[in-house]
Design a protein around this ligand. Structure first.
Ligand code: PMV
Length: 326
């Protein structure tokens, strides 16, 4: 018997100032604040149905029944929703990404943002955006940034209450495109949850974290003033700092492939020749190449010529997580 049913959609996001390392790993309270852009066109759609007759939560992602650690993360978030709402039924969760899972684009942000909205609505709750962002954060840190729309800042805070994300500019504020150069479709050797736990083993993490407020302010200003040159510099610095921490952790995390470096060099050369373009890289080998949208076709064409680029996805600023007709 169905007792509550809702469907929601959320976009993944790309961080301009990265989240890497937690002050509190259980609650996913980050070591530093971060800023990102939601990615329109790419999304996760998730349907949650609480059913009185289910013996346990039933989770299907991209047509596959999920068990193990991925199941446990979904189950833990549903437990939170049951606790807040007072419901005790188990849920059927059906989730689908419209971007190829094999493309190596992190889907946990869009997945936990969509799950948080669909599950709370199905449980009869109407959380405001900050509460929804806090809930999504407990599933995957960066998911809290996929709840609000456009350009988003995650205020790190030091408690469940004070750690959530909010929009700092609407999607229409600035037409940027993220051209995602996929260089490898294999699964990451070390996922981000395990990676965050290693951050403090790098001697560089403390200085990366203590300098974060300065980088955040430069990034905020660059977005506010639509200053691409300033954005490019701070985005690349921040990505390099995070990868320096990753590479100097114990054990070391080296996510780059030869094609990753090819693209970095190409982007640097294009910028030197006057093209407004910059790169940023998450916990994987793919390169997110950012540019004002009017340059996107030209940049994608150039990226296509680089050896090792398997596919290119592109996305402009996306809106907030939202409910769909069930
Ligand atoms: O939310 P998580 O645990 O998947 O961590 C995301 C980490 C990075 O993508 C590398 C950086 C970021 O801020 O998105």
């Amino acid at each position: 018997m169905t007792v509550g049913n809702s469907r929601a959609l959320a976009h993944p996001n790309i961080a301009f100032i990265k989240y890497w390392g937690n002050k509190d790993p259980q609650l996913r309270i980050p070591a530093n604040g971060s800023i990102s852009m939601n990615l329109a066109g790419l999304h996760t759609q998730t349907q949650v149905t609480f059913e009185a007759t289910l013996p346990s939560d039933h989770v299907v992602i991209n047509d596959r029944r999920v068990t193990g650690p991925a199941y446990e993360r979904v189950n833990a978030l549903l437990d939170r929703v049951r606790k807040i709402s007072g419901r005790d039924e188990f849920a059927r969760v059906i989730s689908q990404n419209n971007f190829p899972t094999a493309a190596g684009i992190a889907s946990s942000a869009s997945a936990f943002a969509a799950l948080s909205l669909a599950a709370t609505a199905a449980a009869g709750l109407e959380l405001d955006q900050a509460d929804l962002s806090r809930l999504a954060r407990t599933g995957s840190g960066s998911a809290c940034r996929s709840v609000p729309g456009g350009y988003v800042e995650w205020q790190p805070g030091d408690s469940h209450e004070s750690s959530y994300a909010f929009s700092i500019a609407a999607p229409e504020h600035w037409a940027l495109t993220d051209c995602i150069a996929v260089v490898s479709r294999t699964h990451k050797p070390v996922g981000s949850s395990a990676g965050h736990d290693l951050a403090d083993t790098s001697p560089f993490q403390a200085s990366r974290v203590s300098d974060a407020p300065r980088r955040l302010e430069i990034c905020r200003q660059a977005i506010r003033q639509k200053d691409f040159e300033a954005l490019a510099k701070i985005v690349e610095l921040d990505s390099n700092l995070m990868h320096a921490v990753m590479m100097t952790s114990s054990p070391a995390l080296l996510y780059w492939q030869p094609a990753t470096l090819e693209i970095i060099h190409a982007v640097q050369a294009w910028r030197k020749s006057g093209k407004p373009v910059c790169y940023t890289i998450d916990a994987g080998p793919n390169v997110h190449v950012l540019c004002p949208s009017e340059f996107a076709e030209e940049i994608k064409e150039e990226l296509n010529h680089i050896k090792g680029v398997e596919m290119i996805l592109s996305a402009e600023p996306g809106g907030p997580a939202g409910l769909l007709e069930p």
